[in-house]
Design a protein around this ligand. Structure first.
Ligand SMILES: *Cc1c(COP(=O)(O)O)cnc(C)c1O
Length: 232
């Protein structure tokens, strides 16, 4: 077993333990392997081990890896980074999911630019759950209105919500953030929207997010190791 496979297996084990503790079925939370800054060869290696869903933050990197890995037909690309309106086109063409829709303009562009032969792009509305002004995401109060607007766009399929809480080791605070998200999703359902996805939890807080209803966790470091940013 390679190092990458081993760390992925370890994460999958943690995930199934967290699900079991939460009294949830083992197939109710999907692992998104966040491959940003790591080479396409790592993605290929994990694909060979059975991993299908990969997350990327940067449009150019997504484009490059998509081109290099075009032969992996079951690979599912999740775009999870901040999205500027002049960069939406290739995301609309390449991605299967976008987790980071936080304003209508971005949603409209993605919808118009989604190629006609493809199924609607799966979309999550990103919520700025910690209220930090530096963070992307709409305010919790704005989420329902944005979701309704996304539902009306033919190129998109609204699936649910995503958040990136503030970096903190305070578990109570994080639990509170995840709880807000869980309630927001319930609230959307009560408003008649059919949503099934809550994308929250990363390497450090995956188990906590699962306790609060996460159906997708986005894990980078725990699988690939520490990232080295070229621009850092
Ligand atoms: C980088 C990133 C992750 C992965 O974070 P880790 O702490 O490395 O697991 C998850 N979600 C988003 C939006 C990210 O940018």
């Amino acid at each position: 077993m390679s190092g990458l496979d081993k760390s992925r297996q370890h994460v999958l084990l943690q995930l199934s333990e967290a699900l079991s503790v939460a009294g949830r079925r083992s197939d109710t939370c999907q692992l998104i392997a966040v491959s940003k800054t790591f080479p396409a060869s790592d993605v290929r290696e994990l694909y060979a081990c059975g991993q299908r869903a990969f997350g990327e933050n940067y449009v150019q990197e997504l484009e490059q890896k998509h081109a290099e890995l075009a032969d992996l037909v079951e690979l599912e690309w999740h775009f999870i980074g901040p999205l500027q309106s002049n960069k939406t086109r290739s995301v609309a063409q390449i991605a299967h999911w976008v987790h980071s829709v936080d304003r209508l303009k971005i949603a409209e562009r993605l919808s118009v630019q989604r190629p006609v032969g493809l199924p609607p792009l799966n979309v999550l509305v990103q919520v700025n759950v910690s209220g930090e002004s530096s963070k992307s995401g709409c305010l919790p109060d704005e989420a329902a209105a944005l979701c309704r607007a996304v539902v009306a766009l033919p190129g998109l399929a609204l699936r649910g919500l995503m958040c990136i809480p503030e970096a903190t080791t305070d578990e109570l605070q994080l639990a509170q953030r995840f709880d807000v998200m869980q309630h927001l999703l319930t609230d959307l359902r009560a408003k008649g929207l059919s949503v099934d996805t809550l994308s929250m939890g990363m390497s450090a807080d995956m188990a906590l997010a699962v306790q609060h209803g996460a159906t997708m966790v986005r894990v980078g470091t725990a699988i690939f190791g520490r990232r080295h940013y070229p621009d850092a």
